[in-house]
Write a protein that binds this ligand. Structure first.
Ligand SMILES: Nc1nc2c(ncn2[C@@H]2O[C@H](COP(=O)(O)OP(=O)(O)OP(=O)(O)O)[C@@H](O)[C@H]2O)c(=O)[nH]1
Ligand SMILES: [Mg+2]
Length: 398
């Protein structure tokens, strides 16, 4: 996708210049009144496949050098980031970059203020809104995305634009998150799928680097059955398992396996009322910077209400999770609500789990593919609901 700016005294003239230059395919990304005129930001050559490529390139570009910096960049911000070494060296260009960031912020604020009625008056935006809401996307986010759909957008290229804009808002970790040595503690609500996801990750690590390079640590030694569950996985994978109680013992265990390439830490499931959690989470966050840097992965089930996910994200925020794994997407008809919660809290999504099978049902996240899958799943659910309603009606009339 190419981006170009047009300045003209009036909106009509700015639009005329865009069309004269780029033709009817141009997509308007934003507009702003300034210096007595209008500036339009237009994109051409929009294409879903190109977006996927851009997303992939972006993942590579965001590759950090240190595990502590694996926090993902939002794909839309990063896509507009120029080559390093240009902006960084020229103060004038730096100032321009800051001003553009301000313009972008102003644009998104003013677009957010558009009402539903305004959006629904434009067929393309109304269609985008309907399609996004059908996925279970939160109405605020759906409205924000629909407002970015150009009124004149039509044709196959623009049909996927709402999904592409959604994909660009979903953060994913950079490539180094997946390839660097792993020291990861899995945290999350009770029954979210932490132990199962840990087993899947550990099995992948064993397949990649061998059992010698993998150690499991469990902080979940006090609950009946918890030790046995992770013990079975450790035996099946042929990797050592250490049981620790508390953050101090965890730090010692991490130091003991300093030579091991992959260490996975299973935490006990904790409900909202758990007081020990409040003390543990900041300790886990502090270990990010410790001698044995440990990151946390927030495991969230997709089959709960968006509000519950937002609650869980807020509750586990003191651990400063580097990313999330979304589990049980096979158990829900739509997971747009879960994606909205991740996008709204700027939580990068690293893994998607769609079943109990270890390690098969765990997938590395590609933003474009996740959004397409959400759309496919919502379509299937819609068809199913339609058939059920029809069967019900026929049953009533029989
Ligand atoms: N359908 C489905 N089931 C899953 C998935 N991930 C985990 N499960 C199942 O969910 C249940 C709970 O999984 P666990 O891994 O024990 O969850 P946990 O977060 O460790 O649970 P606690 O330690 O008790 O908090 C088990 O029956 C898993 O097999 C998934 O992606 N899809
Ligand atoms: Mg568990």
């Amino acid at each position: 996708m190419k981006i170009k700016r047009y300045f003209a005294p009036t909106m009509r003239e700015a639009m005329r210049r865009v069309r004269a230059d780029q033709g009817a395919d141009a997509v308007i990304l934003g507009s702003e009144s300034r210096d007595g005129g209008i500036e339009l930001v237009a994109a051409i050559d929009y294409d879903a496949a190109l977006l996927q490529q851009a997303v992939r390139r972006q993942s590579g570009a965001a590759e950090p050098a240190h595990p502590a910096s694996t926090q993902a960049q939002p794909q839309d911000e990063a896509a507009s980031r120029p080559a390093p070494g240009v902006w960084e060296q020229d103060p004038q260009l730096q100032r321009l970059q800051r001003e553009l960031a301000d313009v972008r912020r102003m644009l998104s604020t003013s677009l957010e203020q558009q009402t539903d009625a305004t959006l629904r008056a434009h067929p393309q935006r109304a269609r985008a809104l309907r399609n996004l809401e059908a996925l279970g996307i939160d109405s605020g986010l759906a409205r924000e995305i629909a407002a970015h759909i150009p009124e004149q957008a039509a044709g196959p290229r623009q049909r996927n634009l709402p999904l592409a804009l959604l994909a660009r808002r979903l953060r994913v970790p950079g490539a180094a998150f997946y390839s660097a040595p792993t020291r990861l503690a899995l945290i999350g609500p009770t029954g979210a799928g932490k132990t199962t996801t840990l087993a899947k990750l550990a099995a992948r690590a064993v397949a990649a680097d061998g059992a010698r390079e993998v150690t499991l640590i469990s902080m979940d030694g006090h609950r009946a059955g918890a030790e046995a569950q992770i013990g079975v996985y450790a035996r099946l994978l042929g990797v050592p398992l250490r049981i620790v109680r508390g953050a101090d013992e965890l730090a010692t265990a991490l130091a003991d396996c300093a030579d091991c390439r992959h260490v996975f830490v299973d935490c006990a499931g904790t409900g909202p009322a758990d007081s020990k959690l409040a003390a543990l989470l900041p300790r886990l966050a502090a270990m990010k910077e410790g001698p044995q840097p440990l990151q946390t992965l927030l495991v969230l089930p997709a089959n709960v209400q968006r509000e519950d996910l937002l609650g869980a994200i807020a509750r586990f925020a003191p651990a400063a999770p580097v990313a999330a794994a979304l589990t049980k997407i096979d158990e829900c008809s739509r997971f747009g609500g879960a994606l909205s919660a991740l996008i709204g809290t700027r939580t990068p999504l690293a893994w998607l789990a769609d079943g109990q099978a270890v390690p098969r049902d765990l997938h590395r996240v590609d933003a474009g593919e996740v959004v397409l899958r959400a759309a496919r799943q919502a379509r299937a659910a819609q068809q199913q609901e339609f058939s059920e309603q029809q069967a019900l009606r026929e049953g009533t009339h029989a």
